[in-house]
Design a protein around this ligand. Structure first.
Ligand code: NDP
Length: 503
């Protein structure tokens, strides 16, 4: 008697007699189509790949929990934040951004830092990065930006001309470019980096009063980065260095942890602030908005199956719970559309039913029905429309977002490019970076920018000069550019600078 628990089966459960030899007409073949086993095996293999994420394709993840350490009920009604000591399960996915699924972990790139909180009021996703700012502030520019960070359509090679042409024509990127080309652009591991919401979000309390917040996840392992040459070497030595580090640390019981902080701005402060607080190319200075500790996040369990838990994980900055909502940040508004859209394309309309994405601590009741790969009870015999008088789930107006005051003409409002866009990159260079940080920054930029055409080098170096004269002069020197020409370009308006550096 065979042991039925161990017998190999077909997809539909029938036992398999042999998994090594196809059924053939005679020992030399041909193979008979009636061998449904070999047909099923090959056909399923042919369909193993799903679309790669268009960004954040290479990633690693882990399970853990978040624990509240401060009373924030005066700011938010979110239940998972309502009691000091309360713990909520989380799943976190870290990633690079521009590289393909098989690319190296030590590439210079921002790192994705996406946290799914399985709360009793539904899943809340904080979909951040390891940088507090971003390159652009309107999602209209996002597809173009990403095209330039990926491969040239003709050569399929990474292309410094595309990369720097776009950035030098997009001066609001200067702050993020300065972070990216510091050693924070090549973190030593996912454990040794901070996470930031980058975006501003709304928190609102039980009385419907709201504030604006930004999240900071501060690594308790300490920041550690590769310098440029180490990162280059590591791409060959161990392309999966960060994935391996996370997995092995958890296996060894060295559970990585982050202190979670928020910065809070009142609506009045936001209205009066000296720059647009919803502009994602800027941070809120700590001196004006001191970070406040609210919790601690620990990762203590590796996924059992990478595809099921990490590849199929789907995060959306639009997955809010009561007490948390969006801000007007234009880049965030674009992501609210794009994230669920890409998941529907990548995983199908019912992606939220996959075990890693489904709410674990809250019920899911609605009138969505059918669709590809609907694998739960599909609402059974209950009503599939609203309103109904058959006791179906009903909306509850007490969960409405508080109204916020917006006004203005509907138009394609451009940001006015001003010196304010260069201020924070200058602070970072002058007051935050050490001498070593600055040396590495300049070397990392020169090593990359030298691959671009000279006119593009000049245009970009003028932007570094606008952030800080010494910064621009050092890059110019490294590239062998005429310092006076860079200074002249830096003094021009962006429009004139672009004209002066045309092809
Ligand atoms: P602070 O001096 O209060 O804070 C500086 C921050 O910079 C710290 O959070 C620190 O993070 C971070 N930092 C340290 N070294 C680097 C580096 N090489 N690259 C990037 N970040 C670094 O300054 P302000 O709030 O006035 O901001 C000054 C500048 O600091 C900003 O223009 C911005 O570039 C950068 N910054 C500001 C943040 C903010 O939210 N205000 C957050 C991160 C960076 P850590 O303690 O983890 O080392």
């Amino acid at each position: 008697m065979s042991d039925s628990k161990k017998t190999l089966t077909l997809g539909f459960g029938a036992p398999v007699d042999n998994d090594l030899n196809s059924v053939t007409a005679g020992p030399k073949g041909p193979v008979l189509i009636q061998d449904v086993h070999v047909v099923e095996k090959l056909a399923h293999f042919d369909r193993e790949r799903i679309p790669e994420r268009v960004v954040h394709a290479k990633g690693a993840g882990a399970h853990g929990h978040f624990e509240v350490t401060a009373d924030v009920t005066k700011y938010t009604r979110a239940k998972f934040l309502s009691k000091v000591g309360q713990k909520t399960d989380v799943f976190v996915r870290f990633s690079t951004v521009g590289g393909e699924k098989g690319s190296a972990d030590s590439e210079r790139d921002p790192r994705g830092f996406a946290v799914k909180f399985y709360t009793e009021e539904g899943n809340y996703d904080m979909v951040g990065n390891n940088t507090p700012v971003f390159f652009i502030r309107d999602a209209m520019k996002f597809p173009d930006f990403i095209h330039t960070q990926k491969r040239n359509p003709a050569t399929n090679l990474k292309d410094p001309d595309m990369f720097w042409d776009f950035l030098s024509l997009t001066p609001e990127s200067i702050h993020q470019v300065t972070i990216l080309f510091s050693d924070r652009g090549t973190p030593r591991s996912y454990r040794n980096m901070n996470g930031y919401s980058s975006h501003t979000y709304m928190w609102y309390n039980a009385k419907g009063e709201h504030v604006w917040v930004q999240y900071h996840f501060k690594t308790l392992q300490g920041i550690q980065n590769f310098d440029g040459p180490e990162a280059d070497r590591m791409r060959g030595v161990d392309p999966d260095v960060a994935t391996r580090d996370l997995h092995n640390a958890i296996v060894k019981g060295q559970f990585p942890a982050w202190r979670v902080e928020v910065q809070i701005m009142t609506p009045q402060q936001a209205a009066d602030y000296r720059f647009d607080p919803f502009d994602i190319t800027k941070v809120w200075p700590h001196a004006d908005f001191p970070p406040m500790e609210i919790g601690r996040m620990v990762l203590d369990r590796n996924p059992e199956n990478y595809f099921a838990e990490v590849e199929q994980a789907a995060f959306s900055p639009g997955n809010f719970v009561p007490g948390i909502g969006p801000s007007p940040d234009k880049m965030l508004q674009g992501r609210l559309f794009s994230y669920p859209d890409t998941h529907r394309h990548r995983l199908g309309a019912n992606y939220h039913l996959l075990p890693i994405n489904a709410p674990k601590a809250a019920p899911m009741r609605n009138y969505q029905r059918d669709g590809e790969m609907r694998f739960d009870g599909n609402g059974g015999g209950g009503p599939n429309y609203w309103p109904n008088s058959f006791g179906g789930p009903a909306p509850d107006p007490s969960y409405a977002l508080p109204p916020i005051d917006v006004a203005g003409m509907a138009a394609r409002h451009a940001y006015v490019l001003g010196d304010i866009d260069f201020v924070q990159a200058g602070w970072l260079y002058r007051k935050v970076m050490t001498d070593t940080d600055r040396d590495h920054l300049v070397a990392n930029i020169v090593g990359h920018l030298k691959g671009a055409q000279k006119r593009i080098q000049l245009r970009q170096t003028a932007l570094f000069h606008k952030a800080d004269a010494e910064y621009g002069e050092r890059v110019a020197k490294g590239l062998g550019l005429d310092a006076n020409e860079v200074k002249k370009l830096a003094a021009m308006s962006q429009e004139d600078r672009v004209k002066a550096t045309e092809a």
